[in-house]
Design a protein around this ligand. Sequence first.
Ligand SMILES: CC(C)(COP(=O)(O)OP(=O)(O)OC[C@H]1O[C@@H](n2cnc3c(N)ncnc32)[C@H](O)[C@@H]1OP(=O)(O)O)[C@@H](O)C(=O)NCCC(=O)NCCS
Length: 252
Amino acid sequence: MNPSVTDARVEAGTTAPVPPRLNAGEIHVWKASLDATSSTDDLGSLSPDEVERAARYRFARDRGRFVAGRTLLRTIVAGYLGRRPADLVFEYDKHGKPRLIQRADETPLHFNVTHSDSIALYAVAKDGEVGIDMVRVREIPEWKSIAGGCFTAHECARLRRLSVERRQKEFFHAWTCQEAFLKASGQGLSGEKIGRDSVRDSGYSLHALDPAPGYMAALVSRHPVGRVVFMTWSVAPTSTPSATVEIQDVLL
Ligand SMILES: CC(C)(COP(=O)(O)OP(=O)(O)OC[C@H]1O[C@@H](n2cnc3c(N)ncnc32)[C@H](O)[C@@H]1OP(=O)(O)O)[C@@H](O)C(=O)NCCC(=O)NCCS
């Protein structure tokens, strides 16, 4: 598919911009910078519990990123449903996974979010639950004990055989896959070690993403995925809130 650009205006209180069509078998992944949105101080579309959560952040930068992250989540999800961001209502399962409460006449929409530093990724699908996880790649001196506690014996043995550079990448690949699986499946931390093979064997599909230099991400879906569309949400530098939605890359 050729890259294409859609311009979309986001005006406070209006219906969210219409995203590209989300077909069955597809997952849309949106990347956004939480420090670059113009909505950082605008609590307008947030629910009372989100406003309360925002107030609990000690540092202004973290509070701003949370507000921007939730505002964007609402704007992106609302776009698929033709609704206003402020009208969306989320509920949370016992492990804290947010889900959308939908009207009976709406096509079910599933989403999941991950953020690292100022980058956020939003996965949206029609077919079923999705989980997404992103990390900044860095040296972890205690990687052996973390791997021993979280990964299967097979994954650990594999990591020990690799060069330092490859090991670092494999470590974070295994980590993000496990987290994305837990986020997709709705399982909490049960102590069970989940390998990449067992994720695939249990019928979930698993995709590695390359979201930004120095970061790695994994996307897990309960349903087969034919295509992952990766898009960037960027805010135009004007005083009126607006966004340019650019389809950057298509994987698979
Ligand atoms: C809750 C958890 C899934 C969050 O993951 P994280 O890497 O800290 O944070 P991420 O940025 O990737 O994801 C956070 C977002 O995921 C969503 N989320 C929160 N709880 C979730 C859950 N149980 N399942 C799925 N999604 C969840 C929220 O949208 C949240 O965003 P918000 O903070 O703006 O509300 C994670 O901390 C956790 O408990 N993992 C359990 C497994 C574990 O610890 N594994 C380590 C390897 S052994």
